[in-house]
Write a protein that binds this ligand. Sequence first.
Ligand SMILES: [Mg+2]
Length: 263
Amino acid sequence: MDAEPHSTTDLPPPPTAVGAGGLALFLDVDGTLLEISETPDSVRVSSNLTGLLRRAHDALGGALALVSGRSVEDLDRLFRPLILPAAGLHGLEIRSRVDAPVTGHDLADDLAQEKDRLIAEFIDAPGIVIEDKGPCLALHYRRNPDLKAPLQAAAEEALGRLGGGFQIIAGNMVFELKPAAANKGSAVRAFMATGAFRGRRPVMIGDDVTDEDAFGVVNDMDGLAVCVGGRRPTAARHGLADVGRVHAWLQDICGATPSRSLD
Ligand SMILES: [Mg+2]
């Protein structure tokens, strides 16, 4: 990981003295556990990171979940062979325990026509990646920021045709068309009502605007909201400067040896 040793944040880091005992931990993936890469498929997860997450999951008595815009299937592929409780597609899918089925909304048909239309419109546009995530459609412009405006306009036209059941989330170099019925905040609430998570103090660590719903929920529950990096404004009251600091904090709270490299 290319964590910058001198990067800082204006928010205080979350305490480590609390230990893992009473916490329920919710972790965004891209930009939080993993450095952002140019395309979602080019990300790789080191065995050191999966080992750290496995130790943290055990130290937390199972109260650790990934909360991501990726699908649960994609998270399982990414972190293989590790299987964790997870919310995918910004809360549309939830697996509350490692041995539970994935539950979710199936609205894929509603988006299929718009996906075809958008692919046709941008097929000759260099650097635009249109990612089909089932009930969500992600429109990436990281490799061609000049096309942000036309891509946003196309997404808003698609939203107009889809009607009120959908929304657009403007993320980090991406627009996502998704059903409005769920978000990362509703996912955290759902986890906190189940099994290993119930009765614990929630901690949400994330970097992007889509994590703000979850920050609001954990603030309401007297938990710790932790914003990674310098994006402001945020509802988070704690900060970690970068992905490397997130790994170090995880090592601290689960008592792992902090000297191992995570590269
Ligand atoms: Mg993120």
